[in-house]
Design a protein around this ligand. Structure first.
Ligand SMILES: Cc1cc2nc3c(=O)[nH]c(=O)nc-3n(C[C@H](O)[C@H](O)[C@H](O)COP(=O)(O)OP(=O)(O)OC[C@H]3O[C@@H](n4cnc5c(N)ncnc54)[C@H](O)[C@@H]3O)c2cc1C
Length: 194
């Protein structure tokens, strides 16, 4: 059953552009967003990151802008096996299609593929409680984190599960219920509050 759990892969095409001072020409250069979800069904990419907006230290030269075009896919999707040069070409075409890149000059590009980046709640996941019960039976095994729990945990959840596991070991607590209780609340943690 465990071997039938499904995932989504992640491919990011990083592109370094020279900024355009004239914002009519270079829309992306004038943006303050860290990331933008791309809701256009004609594009393969699903999200755009502007790394140099997270921190200026992400670029060596402040006249440049580091952009990442992100694709979420399955290992059976044709995009999964494209050569890096083709992925860069495709990303460049797609980012131009958004209208955000106009005259920016591409200085460098790289492709990073992360298999099994996102645990999926489809297919064999329905029977996950069986697997959970079986694995919780091993007293010297603690399932924590994202892929360890096959749960869409963020970094804070993953660290919390690790801290609870350590506390359980110190206190010789046998139940793993307090670990599985992490990230079960309905709040969405990326929402802006206040
Ligand atoms: C594309 C992407 C974007 C994300 N964005 C965010 C975000 O914006 N905010 C956020 O909070 N979270 C984000 N996350 C989620 C976050 O990265 C994870 O929740 C977190 O890293 C999970 O921590 P972990 O310790 O479970 O696993 P990981 O950080 O994946 O660590 C597992 C480690 O184990 C190593 N490993 C694997 N197998 C073995 C083995 N057999 N032997 C030895 N070592 C092994 C791996 O190399 C890895 O270093 C994102 C994740 C992805 C993939």
């Amino acid at each position: 059953m465990a071997s039938h759990l499904q995932y989504r892969d992640f491919i990011i095409v990083g592109m370094l552009f020279r900024k355009q001072k004239d914002q009519q020409c270079g829309k992306i250069s004038g943006l303050k967003d860290n990331w933008i979800y791309l809701q256009d069904g004609t594009l393969m990419a699903g999200r755009l990151q502007i790394f140099s907006n997270w921190s200026p230290s992400m670029v060596k030269d402040e006249e440049t802008i580091w952009v990442g075009l992100e694709n979420f896919c399955r290992d059976t999707d044709p995009v999964r096996n494209k050569e890096p040069e083709m992925m860069i070409q495709l990303a460049l075409e797609e980012i131009k299609k958004t209208g955000l890149i106009n005259k920016e000059e591409l200085l460098d590009a790289t492709v990073i593929k992360v298999p099994n980046a996102y645990p999926s709640y489809i297919g064999a996941y329905e029977q996950f409680p069986l697997l959970q019960k079986f694995l919780d039976g091993f007293q010297n095994l603690y399932l924590i984190g994202r892929n360890g729990m096959h749960r869409y945990n963020n970094t804070d959840h993953s660290m919390t599960t690790a801290m609870i596991a350590v506390e359980n070991i110190i206190q010789n607590k046998k139940s793993r219920d307090n670990i599985w209780a992490v990230n079960m609340e309905k709040d969405f943690h990326e929402e802006k509050k206040g």
